[in-house]
Design a protein around this ligand. Structure first.
Ligand SMILES: C[S@@+](CC[C@H](N)C(=O)[O-])C[C@H]1O[C@@H](n2cnc3c(N)ncnc32)[C@H](O)[C@@H]1O
Length: 240
């Protein structure tokens, strides 16, 4: 599990090294005693060891059920609830924030959940290097960091090259489900998605859907609700 990500020095000091634009900044965040224990004892059960080989989902999960990847699960409360409600699906949760990973590990143990595996690394790199082509039955990205300032828009995870990467890794008919409480980001996502020939929007109005009942309310969503934000669920199908 990475403690930190290699970041380059400030531009100008070391011109030969270009810092990659990432969709996250690693927050320090303190681990509770329970989360520390979970990371020590439960990571070997649920955690994906870093590596370079393409993953074999049947080996990873011990069955051939459909695999849904959730990117940026935060504290994982939506992840474990979806996994508990859908034992016939496998969930690969990806999050770089270690306290969130610890929190989810504890919930998996408490609820005796066996259909979740966790990666604690950059989901973009994981997708690029280790996820086989046409393998994912679904991808869920709930309340990704909105990066509201214009100069930070390049950090938004939903970008044309990323959507192309998802298209490569998803099965035909697979569902990409995103949600945000940031209206301008919802519009940005729609623009990126509508420029892709690989996905079709399943919203009746060609924009956003009502929140499906089965999707748990996430921690960030509750915060948005407290601030009076509307929520936009964007649901797209990978075309054949
Ligand atoms: C705004 S939070 C939302 C968390 C959660 N989905 C929720 O709704 O409560 C976005 C999360 O995505 C994670 N994240 C952003 N980019 C990521 C990446 N490339 N790989 C893994 N996690 C990422 C961040 O660490 C952060 O926890």
């Amino acid at each position: 599990m990475p403690q930190s990500h290699p970041e380059g020095k400030k531009a100008g000091k070391e011109p030969s090294f270009r810092r990659p634009v990432r969709s996250f900044v690693l927050r320090a965040g303190r681990l509770t005693e329970g989360q520390k224990r979970a990371l020590d004892e439960l990571w070997p059960v649920y955690g994906l060891a870093e590596g370079v080989n393409q993953l074999d989902f049947e080996v990873l999960f011990g069955n051939d059920h459909p695999v849904i990847m959730e990117i940026g699960f935060g504290n994982g409360d939506a992840t474990w609830q979806m996994a508990l409600a859908h034992g016939e699906e496998n969930y690969l949760g990806v999050e770089v924030h270690r306290p969130g990973v610890g929190h989810l590990l504890l919930k998996l143990e408490d609820n005796r959940i066996s259909n979740v595996r966790i990666a604690c690394e950059d989901a973009v790199e994981l997708l690029r290097k280790r996820i086989p082509r046409n393998s994912l039955a679904g991808v869920r990205i709930y309340f990704p960091d909105p990066w509201p300032k214009k100069r930070h828009h390049k950090r938004r995870i939903i970008q044309a090259p990323f959507v192309g990467l998802l298209a490569e890794k998803m099965q035909a008919g697979g569902i990409l489900h995103m949600a945000t409480d940031w209206e301008q980001y919802a519009e940005y996502m729609l623009e990126v998605m509508h420029n892709s020939r690989d996905f079709e929007n399943l919203a009746p109005d060609g924009k956003s859907c009502l929140k499906p009942e089965w999707r748990p309310v996430t921690k960030y969503e509750k915060r948005g609700e407290r601030l009076g934000h509307s929520v936009f669920d964007l649901v797209f199908r990978r075309t054949a």
